[in-house]
Design a protein around this ligand. Structure first.
Ligand code: IMP
Length: 460
């Protein structure tokens, strides 16, 4: 047990976990002796794992923080003293004055981004020369937001439960190659051409499929040109930026916006977002080779939450659901929606460790469980054919119809305000680490920035 703070020590410890790691060769050990230059912080559940706080903490020791996917569908809450920041698009490192980049794999709502820049500047933060937006990121246009809402309404009971921020439609246009990119903001002629082309097509959908009003292309062009003026100084080649930073031995932190199970390819499709929150997404978004990523820190709550629709095996039944929600303040940062709450799901977490290559885990909000005398943990799924598995089902029907098998651990029933965890909380963390085969390096013990314990006792 290491006590509070000590993030520099965390970085060194990422590799210095020594015992029981025979596959780490001498070269790797040498590398681990230095500060780890490139770390991905990835949500290991369905998003909202408390990544913002962990990023904020590690950002204090970083030179560059990079957001690699998503858009204003994410909401990171950072508490610094009396100030609360709710940031959706800019990586949260900016609050601590750390250079922050938005990668090509992101979608950007220009009005939201400008609102964030204005708010940060009004609170005394510098953004020019510190915030960089990839010219290859795509813009969320007003019709994307309209189409997102319209499609959800039309789907009725089958809706995905999106954040209605235009995320899916913006990524869809990217894939069909009629998207408008951030770099288009730098060329009014191209911008006008692209907006007119896209508006023509989107208006047909809006009118004929959803019975909604058309957008006047000229008005959208004018608004976008105004955005262009404000955002032009922030447009950058973020691939080159990261490449140079890594070559110069700088410490670069990559943060995903959503979580593993919301990944478009590997998540619980169709109840997913439209991009790649898994760790490999960082390399794709920033245009760097995957071998340049040194560490993958998976962030998981000590329990699970999910917003939106879709199966959720360890969802809590009965009064404990509301209790966890209230104790954990489980309401969406962006939408204010109630989050569904479940007991920790080790099957899903084992999957996250696998698909991300997680090298250590941060377990957040452990304090939320402090009031419970008994804490169930989902250790296996029982499949419809009666067999049980510790591995995440590859087929959606198995996942949709599986039942959780719980092991019940003893609670600690006291506050987590010391420099060490009480024995039963320590046992809980140790149980998770042993089941997953990865060390738990950080534990969240409260809302404040300082309420994080760094651990070295739970090497898997
Ligand atoms: P979209 O990203 O708005 O398209 O929403 C797709 C799915 O991802 C929905 O189930 C959302 O609830 C979920 N989702 C998107 N962003 C977040 C997030 O930041 N936290 C949790 N769930 C999210």
């Amino acid at each position: 047990m290491r006590g509070r703070g000590g993030i520099a020590a965390f970085r060194q410890r990422c590799g210095a976990r020594g015992p029981g790691k025979p596959t780490v060769g001498a070269g790797a050990l040498r590398r681990y002796d230095a500060l780890v230059p490139a770390t991905v912080i990835v949500g290991a559940q369905w998003g909202d794992e408390g990544k913002g706080k962990i990023v904020d903490l590690l950002a204090q020791e970083s030179d560059l923080v990079c957001r690699y996917q998503g858009g204003p569908n994410a909401g990171h809450t950072i508490v610094v003293g009396d100030e609360t920041y709710k940031i959706r698009q800019i990586p949260s490192g900016i609050v601590g004055g750390v250079a922050s980049a938005i990668g090509a794999g992101c979608v950007v709502d220009p009005a939201v981004l400008i609102g964030e820049l204005d708010d940060l500047e009004a609170r005394g933060h510098t953004t020019r020369g510190l915030v960089f937006v990839s010219g290859n990121a795509h813009l969320i246009m007003p019709w994307h937001v309209a189409l997102d809402g319209a499609r959800e309404r039309k789907l009725g009971n089958l809706q995905i439960g999106t954040t209605r921020r235009g995320i899916g439609p913006a990524y869809a246009d990217k894939a069909t190659r009629i998207g408008i990119r951030v770099q288009d903001l730098l060329d009014p002629k191209i911008l006008r051409q692209k907006v007119e082309l896209a508006a023509g097509e989107k208006n047909i959908w809006l009118e004929r499929v959803y019975g909604l009003e058309r957008f006047a292309a000229e008005e959208v062009v004018d608004a976008t040109l105004r955005h262009a003026e404000r955002l032009a100084p922030y447009v950058a080649d973020t691939s080159l930026l990261v490449d140079h930073a890594l070559r110069d031995g700088k410490r670069v932190l990559f943060e995903g916006a959503q979580g593993t199970l919301l990944d478009l390819d590997h998540g619980t499709y169709p109840f997913v977002t439209s991009s790649s929150p898994i760790a490999a997404g960082a390399a794709v978004s920033f245009g760097i080779g995957p071998q340049r990523i040194d560490e993958v820190l998976g962030v998981s709550k000590a329990y699970v939450t999910r917003v939106g629709e879709g199966p959720f095996p360890s969802e809590i039944t009965g009064a404990a659901q509301e209790r966890v929600r209230t104790l954990g303040g489980e309401f969406g940062t962006v939408t204010g929606r109630e989050r569904r709450c479940g007991w920790l799901d080790l099957v899903a977490l084992r999957f996250a460790v696998r698909v991300n290559g997680v090298t250590s885990l941060a377990l957040t909000k452990l304090d939320v469980l402090s009031e419970f005398a008994e804490i169930p943990v989902c250790v296996r799924y029982r499949l419809p054919d009666g067999t049980e598995t510790v591995d995440f089902p590859a087929h959606q029907s198995d996942f949709h119809h599986c039942a959780p098998v719980f092991e019940v651990l003893r609670g600690w029933e006291c506050a987590l305000d010391g420099d060490a965890l009480p024995p039963n909380a320590d046992a809980y963390v140790g149980f998770v680490s042993a089941a997953l085969g990865v060390p738990v390096s950080l534990v969240g013990t409260g809302a404040g920035r300082e309420a994080v314990l760094t651990l070295d006792a739970h090497a898997a």
